[in-house]
Ligand binder design. Structure first.
Ligand code: IMP
Ligand code: MG
Length: 174
């Protein structure tokens, strides 16, 4: 069985949309500092590009969670594999995700940062797959809404492969 990657969102489209998101966030947080929480590993490429497009002061930290056991279906239980180094108390937290699928990860993290005393908690995701939602989560900033397909590239993996692709593609097995 071989895997073929079909381009869904080319590099230029991603760059243009990320610039717009950065501009919007900069407007919304005028006079404030934002505390970006990048969810490893998938969101790392997006978080770095987004951070470069934000013009208000930015703090960035990283966290790793898991709800997938190497496959393509969420197990529903979210675990923290690596926690933040910095304290989010009193901060304007923006959780930066690569993709929202079942919604379990963002639902869990949104509650976590409220419990940890963040001043505000918002969410930004590069991609949204609304067809697969299991829990209702309010996402403040969305890059692209995509159909229910398993995608890779720009940080997203299939069994740890393809994260380095500069575009978003769909995995086709044949
Ligand atoms: P959720 O908890 O089901 O919303 O899943 C969110 C996480 O699942 C994302 O941060 C990704 O790591 C992973 N994920 C969901 N869909 C895809 C996909 O199409 N490609 C790669 N990873 C995915
Ligand atoms: Mg992820």
């Amino acid at each position: 069985m071989s895997e073929n990657i079909r381009v869904l969102l080319p590099e230029e489209e991603l760059a243009a949309r990320i610039a717009e998101l950065g501009e919007q966030i900069s407007k919304d947080y005028q006079g404030e500092t934002v505390f970006l929480v990048c969810i490893l590993k998938g969101a790392s490429f997006f978080a770095c590009e987004l951070a470069k497009r934000i013009t208000v002061p930015v703090i960035i930290d990283f966290m790793a969670t898991s709800s997938y056991d190497g496959g393509t279906v969420s197990s529903g239980v979210v675990k923290i594999k690596k926690d933040l180094d910095l304290d989010p108390t009193g901060q304007n937290v923006i959780i930066v995700e690569d993709i929202i699928d079942s919604g379990n990860t963002l639902n869990f993290l949104g509650q976590l940062f409220k419990d940890r005393g963040a001043k505000s908690v918002r969410m930004v995701t590069m991609l949204d797959k609304p067809d697969r939602r299991e829990v209702d989560v309010h996402v403040d900033y969305t890059g692209f809404t995509i159909p229910d397909q398993f995608v890779v590239g720009y940080g997203l993996d299939y069994d740890q492969k393809y994260r380095n692709l500069p575009y978003i593609g769909v995995v086709e097995l044949d």
